[in-house]
Write a protein of this length. Structure first.
Lengths: 235, 213
């Protein structure tokens, strides 16, 4: 068996990081984000990053750490509203943003990982998102051409993994992780817990090991909650 | 004068039918979940990849891996399924969701919706709103009738960047309900909130509408 399991995040990222690179990350808000790998990327000091991620974390957690450290030049995201530092850098002209509708972002990552150069969608027709993009009529309706995304590196967070890097995500922490796992030229996963070969039911694998080149046990599973809501307050 | 947010949510909830799959936006639309008639079966969808949303958890049951699109902790139901974001938006874009109830900054008389950006000020992004309005069969908007400085939000044309063109089917504000038969039809005033006169409403509404009460 090819050993794809690394000791820690620094070892797993060794040789993969360079200034100016594009990194795709799984996660929605702070749910299902690769906390350990993000911290290691911050520590590495790599700069001028383009991050492809649905959100930008919060000021002091998740991808917000890379923003705060000034490591990010450009973001491709659908929603960055929970991050004040992001807003400050953007309004000061220090940071570029490519807003991408959430479903379009998910599909762009899926397409990139599946070797599909582009696809047409109704999403964003007649809005700022459509500027500079080809429009084509299908059945009398306009659709926008959107392109697939392939990142230099993809980082994802899983719940269980076996040594073959078959991954299972947990509940809504799945979100963008399966698409991110496919769209990296190389993908590194961190997992909450490792299980032995043959332990994962083959029918239940979410991301097959072919997509994951390196794997670590997560050193950080803080899973910070953005909005803790409980039943006393009603829905 | 006018309806409370809970009353607006209750009005929107009455638009839902037995068997509907529904996506609720962030803000006032979230309140709709509490107002759905227990006699009908409605499944709520959250675009981060959860179908079948339960209520907020008891303190002891809070699970950081179970959140809705507003990043709030919630619970599962016996019908719940989880999917990836790509599959979730397949449900949305593919026309499988019966209705979406969204908030808005502005709605135009031609059905245009603006709810994601104030140039030079608010930098948040569209999230899933553009996908929802492009793919969901029926879009109901809940919003205050006027903005913080009393300016009309139901306008002849949106002044803010659009989320979608001609996508709003029904508008519920704190002062009135507007409906349209289809996306080629004008909006019709179908009900005024208690204590609101038609003259008062016209004074704070820039959009043209038919009065079909």
């Amino acid at each position: 068996m090819v050993d794809k399991v690394y000791d820690d995040a620094v070892a797993a990222l060794d040789g993969l990081l360079f200034d100016g690179m594009t990194i795709a990350a799984g996660g929605f808000g702070l749910c299902g984000i690769p906390e350990t790998l993000i911290a290691a990327i911050e520590q590495s000091g790599v700069r001028d990053l383009t991050l492809v991620s649905n959100n930008a974390g919060v000021d002091d957690f998740g991808l917000g750490k890379l923003l705060r450290a000034g490591q990010v030049t450009r973001m491709v995201s659908s929603y960055v509203g929970e991050n004040k530092e992001f807003e400050r850098q953007y309004l000061a002209g220090e940071l570029q943003i490519e807003f991408c509708p959430q479903g379009t972002l998910a599909e762009r990552m899926r397409a990139g990982g599946a070797g599909i150069a582009g696809f047409y969608t109704r999403t964003g027709v007649g809005t700022l998102i459509a500027e500079g993009k080809e429009t084509k009529m299908f059945g009398g309706e306009p659709y926008l051409l959107e392109t697939g995304i392939v990142a230099d590196l993809a980082i994802v967070k899983a719940w269980r993994a076996d040594p073959y890097c078959n991954l299972i995500y947990r509940k809504s922490a799945r979100n963008f992780n399966p698409m991110a796992a496919t769209c990296g030229k190389i993908t590194v996963a961190e997992v909450e817990a490792m299980v032995g070969p043959g332990t994962i039911d083959p029918d239940q694998v979410h991301t097959p090991g072919i997509f994951v080149k390196r794997l670590i046990r997560a050193a950080s599973n803080e899973k910070r909650i953005e909005k803790r809501t409980v039943s006393a307050g009603a829905v | 004068m006018g309806w409370t947010r809970d009353q607006m949510a209750a009005i929107a909830a009455r638009e839902l039918a037995d068997g509907f799959y529904v996506n609720l936006g962030i803000g006032i639309p979230t309140l709709v979940a509490n107002q759905i008639d227990p006699a009908i079966d409605v499944t709520l969808q959250s675009e981060n990849g959860m179908l079948g949303l339960g209520p907020f958890p008891a303190e002891a049951d809070v699970d950081p891996d179970i959140i809705n699109a507003g990043k709030q902790t919630i619970t599962e139901l016996d019908r719940t399924s989880y999917v990836s974001s790509a599959d979730s938006f397949g449900m949305i874009r593919g026309g499988h969701i019966d209705a979406s109830i969204l908030g808005a900054m502005e709605v135009a008389e031609n059905g245009d919706l603006a709810n994601w950006m104030v140039p030079g000020k608010m930098v948040k992004g569209p999230g899933g709103a553009m996908d929802l309005v492009a793919g969901v069969r029926r879009i109901i908007v809940l919003m205050d009738h006027v903005d913080k400085v009393g300016q009309p939000k139901f306008r002849k044309a949106c002044s803010l960047p659009l989320t979608g063109t001609n996508v709003v089917d029904m508008l519920v504000t704190d002062r009135a309900i507007f409906r349209r038969e289809n996306r080629q039809s004008p909006f019709c005033l179908t009900r005024l909130a208690p204590g609101v006169s038609i003259d008062e409403l016209r004074a704070v509404t820039e959009a043209d509408f038919n009065d079909t009460r």
